[in-house]
Design a protein around this ligand. Structure first.
Ligand SMILES: Cc1cc2nc3c(=O)[nH]c(=O)nc-3n(C[C@H](O)[C@H](O)[C@H](O)COP(=O)(O)OP(=O)(O)OC[C@H]3O[C@@H](n4cnc5c(N)ncnc54)[C@H](O)[C@@H]3O)c2cc1C
Ligand code: SF4
Length: 512
């Protein structure tokens, strides 16, 4: 053999850069389920099951393509428990040879492998991960010299570069962004389009083995393992995506920001889990969505919104991550320091919006963007919860979570903990926003129009307390001037009452 290629758990793409031109006769592949990757975050049971099942199916596909694959199972007796340990063992088994790995998604993994390569004096090289459309180097070049990094500017450059939704060099429909048309709450049940469910897949024997392994090895893992129905192969992930294109994409735009009780997915694609592990290709998904618009099967505001999330936000947050790591993870610009309430795990709170969101996460290892941003994220922001605890939670509980995408979204977008590296102002909102965008408040013991009474919605008084508490930071911010004028107009006794309620709540958030 002339090279060893380690394929990581989120590198399950048939055309992975490190294998694209590899000759199966001279390439040995290493794949490993290791305890360090299980334990570094409080992973949802379905996330672990998805990754190991998809890895085992991928190993089979690679063998079918003629490669020799060393596959290390989590419960193999001599499993060393770490990626570097498995690299070491593989070289001991097969003799010294060059090691190649596609660039990883997390700083932690990069640091571990580089430490190992140096101490083992290995002949080692990273191969750039070209499943992303913008490399960290290209992003740094784009960011160089800019005073502010705004997704919208980056997104336009990506649209041009990849010729997506463009007509004669201009954006299709004459506008780059149809976001203003993507904020409709859901109409009442009888007036709304039928809400499809994401496609589900029955576990095959390989996946059933993994489900038994997770039950045995990780009995205390967060969330419900029962009902596991994710796709674990590229073929099934493509089927799930085609189902989204037909059944949900036409409504994705209008109701992108809506939330509804008992509806865990609404019109979202639920493909981040597949994109991030390599079962789907981002550019192919965008081209398929564009084709749906050109064929008249989906409106432009839906398709533009979908494409913007993928070539815009997804690529942009990865650029931010590699631009600022490792220092980025340590930021806590708002000096938030409260512990994470227990109800983030149990869902046991009277706040119906939070209870619904956490129950959905426990079931599915999934919540859609507005639940992540405006319910669990917004609450953590206005209550002042320690960003490290919040980021740990987000990294564990979602099946699509890897640090490159989780950290900028949580620390940056939701918590403003990076001091606004890319979000122009904090995404803080009172209960009114949640009331406008969902039906959660109808089933809640709190009153979204009350900020001081016995049944006052905690989002209301925590919001005004957050605004008052951070006056020195945000008062001069042009986009927050109106909020501070609004605060100044309120009766000072009312503000004092809200702040006292907030202070009492912040002493024991679990009472809410
Ligand atoms: C606090 C917080 C934490 C998040 N953590 C993660 C995470 O760990 N992993 C993750 O993939 N996404 C994360 N997101 C982004 C987004 O919420 C999810 O990508 C999305 O909800 C996935 O569901 P979907 O596939 O149904 O997406 P859709 O709503 O159907 O969107 C389509 C695709 O666009 C991409 N996308 C949309 N928004 C973003 C975004 N802000 N950043 C990156 N990609 C985006 C995703 O790949 C998604 O699959 C987070 C957002 C917030 C606010
Ligand atoms: S009243 Fe407040 S706590 Fe209850 S669901 Fe509405 S926003 Fe959430």
């Amino acid at each position: 053999m002339s090279q060893l290629v380690l394929v990581l758990g989120d590198q399950l793409s048939a055309s992975l850069a490190s294998l694209r031109d590899a000759d199966p006769a001279s390439t040995r592949i290493l794949m490993a389920e290791v305890a360090a990757e299980v334990d570094y975050a409080p992973h949802h049971a379905k996330k672990l099951a998805f990754l190991f099942a998809a890895m085992r199916h991928h190993a089979k596909a690679l063998r079918k393509a003629g490669f020799e694959v060393d596959y290390v199972h989590l419960d193999d007796a001599d499993n060393s428990g770490s990626l570097s340990g498995e690299l070491e063992r593989a070289l001991q088994r097969h003799g010294s040879m060059p090691v190649r790995i596609t660039f990883p998604g997390e700083w932690r993994v990069k640091a571990e492998i580089e430490r190992w390569a140096e101490s083992a004096r290995a002949n080692f090289a990273w191969v750039p991960d070209d499943r992303f459309l913008c490399s960290p180097e290209d992003f740094a070049e784009w960011a160089r010299g800019r005073k502010t990094l705004r997704m919208e500017h980056f997104y336009r450059s990506m649209r041009r570069r990849h010729d997506l939704l463009m007509e004669d060099g201009e954006p299709a429909g004459g506008r780059w962004n149809f976001d203003a048309q993507n904020r409709e709450p859901l109409p009442p049940p009888l007036a709304r389009p039928a809400i499809p469910r994401p496609m589900q897949f029955r576990p095959d024997p390989t996946t059933r083995d993994v489900l038994r392994l997770i039950e045995r090895r990780c009995p205390d893992a967060f969330g419900e393992l029962a009902g596991f129905s994710f796709a674990v192969t590229p073929g099934n992930a493509k089927r799930a995506f085609s189902h989204f294109l037909k059944a949900a994409l036409p409504y994705f735009g209008d109701h992108q920001d809506a939330m509804a009780s008992g509806e865990d997915f609404l019109f979202h694609s639920v493909i981040s889990i597949y994109l991030n592990a390599g079962l789907l290709d981002p550019l192919e998904c965008c081209r398929a969505a564009e084709a749906a618009w050109r064929d008249g099967a989906a409106p432009l505001n839906a398709v533009e919104g979908f494409v913007r999330q993928i070539i815009g936000w997804r690529e942009f947050v990865r650029g931010i991550y590699w631009l600022y790591m490792p220092e980025y993870a340590e930021r806590n610009a708002l000096e938030a320091d409260l512990p994470l309430p227990e109800f983030y795990w149990s869902g046991a709170t009277d706040m119906h919006c939070v209870a619904e969101t956490v129950a959905g996460i426990r079931r599915n290892a999934y919540a859609h963007h507005i639940q992540r941003l405006m319910v669990t994220g917004n609450f953590a922001l206005i209550a002042g919860i320690d960003p490290k605890a919040v980021c740990d939670w987000y990294l564990g509980v979602f099946a699509d979570a890897y640090e490159w995408v989780e950290l900028p979204n949580t620390l940056g977008m939701a918590l403003h903990g990076d001091n606004g590296a890319f979000a122009s102002k904090p995404y803080a909102a009172s209960g009114r926003y949640i009331d406008r965008m969902s039906d959660y408040c109808e089933g809640c013991r709190y009153d979204p129009s009350d900020a001081t009474g016995d049944n006052a919605c905690p989002f209301n008084y925590l919001y005004w307390d957050f605004i008052a508490r951070n006056r020195a930071r945000f008062e001069k911010h042009p986009r927050m001037a109106m909020i501070y004028r609004n605060l100044a107009r309120q009766d000072s006794e009312r503000v004092a009452r809200m702040r006292a309620r907030a202070e009492a709540a912040r002493r024991n958030l679990d009472r809410l």
